[in-house]
Design a protein around this ligand. Structure first.
Ligand SMILES: Cc1ncc(COP(=O)(O)O)c(C=O)c1O
Length: 345
């Protein structure tokens, strides 16, 4: 497949977080108990059987990671082996065929290289978002796992999360909604979890909140996570983040915990009672999209209680340092001491 080297003439600093067509995607099919060869496609469409298990029983899992262009012009992909592991766990969680991690790497590197002209330049604040997904494709009517699967990866350039600068935003709790059940699929990146989050997400958007803060679905006592992001707080020199069986283990959170330790903070991963928000100095959402997005206030809509965290409306010092460190590692501006970045040439 010929790589197109044309420059795109895109306004790199003003891209949104949306889908834009790129040149190629890569696909790999699982059939007769094994994965086939990786194929390159120019089509944005999938030819799917109407009885495919992904359409009826939600056999769909996905990932999200990013590639960056450094000042040195090199392409850097952040923690791809962690995404490979997580999508394998998601596959095992809902009885899909897990893709070997080496195959994941091969596919990610291939699709990024083939679409190199869509990687935003250093300094634009934008990046290339990589979206791997796997679906059950064999025709079935009974509720059981498919025997055939399709693993596909596409990429799309996305803009900076903080267009108006790195500023704290408000989040809301809607107690009549859960995104996951206590022993359900919240710990895996399964499409159905996101369907379950749409109603509360829309309420939040209409109410002027940046995200929904979910409480633990069993007792509604502890903080779980923040829409498509984990939660952390800073208090007394500690990085505090919820331990819960119903949240997605965020790779950004894992990385920030390490950076926090490197900065001399203590890390506590434990149940975080909602009322503890009254005593934290800083709070933030964390995930691939934003790295860390500071939270100014948490509104518990049903009880009317408001937790004001950023009293001056400014991002906290520690959150800002964590954000800057992680971004610098992703871009190659700071040494990658933990070997998180894959450089591809
Ligand atoms: C539910 C949920 N929690 C947390 C995260 C953050 O995870 P990561 O840092 O790996 O992007 C995501 C995004 O992938 C998510 O969808």
């Amino acid at each position: 497949m010929e790589k197109n080297n044309e420059n795109n003439g895109l306004d790199w600093s003003n891209l949104s977080f949306g889908y834009m067509k790129t040149d190629f995607n890569v696909r790999c099919a699982y059939k007769d108990g094994k994965w086939g060869e990786v194929e390159v496609s120019e089509s944005e469409y999938i030819n799917l059987h109407m009885a495919a298990t992904c359409l009826h029983y939600g056999q769909e899992i996905f990932e999200g990671l990013k590639a960056f262009k450094g000042k040195d012009g090199k392409i850097r992909i952040f923690r791809l082996e962690e995404n490979a592991k997580r999508i394998r766990r998601s596959a095992e969680g809902i009885k899909m065929a897990p893709l070997p991690e080496e195959k994941f790497r091969e596919m990610v590197e291939k699709v990024v290289k083939l679409n190199e002209r869509f990687i935003p330049p250093y300094g634009s604040g934008s990046s290339l978002y990589i979206r791997p997904l796997e679906i059950g494709i064999s025709a079935q009517v009974g509720v059981k796992p498919a025997s055939e699967y399709l693993f596909l990866i596409f990429v799309t350039p996305v803009g900076p999360y903080f267009k108006e600068g790195f500023k704290p935003t408000k989040v809301a709790i809607y107690r009549e909604f859960d995104r996951a059940a206590p022993c359900g699929t919240g710990r895996w990146k399964v499409g159905g979890n996101y369907a379950a989050s749409l109603a509360a997400g829309e309420l939040a958007r209409q109410g002027g909140y940046s995200a929904v803060l979910y409480l633990d679905p069993k007792e509604k006592k502890y903080i779980d996570e923040c829409g498509p992001a984990n939660f952390f707080a800073i208090k007394d020199g500690k990085y505090i983040t919820p331990k819960s069986g119903s949240i997605l283990p965020s790779i950004t959170n894992m990385s920030l915990q390490q950076i926090a330790k490197d900065m001399g903070l203590e890390v506590e991963c434990r149940p975080v009672p909602l009322e503890e928000l009254d005593t934290v100095e800083e709070a933030a959402e964390c995930g691939t999209a934003a790295v860390a997005a500071p939270i100014s206030e948490v509104h518990d809509i049903d009880t009317g209680k408001k937790y004001v965290i950023a009293k001056d409306g400014q991002p906290g010092l520690v959150t800002t340092q964590l954000y800057n460190h992680l971004r610098a590692i992703q871009l190659g501006d700071e040494p990658d001491v933990h070997n998180w970045v894959s450089i591809i040439d």
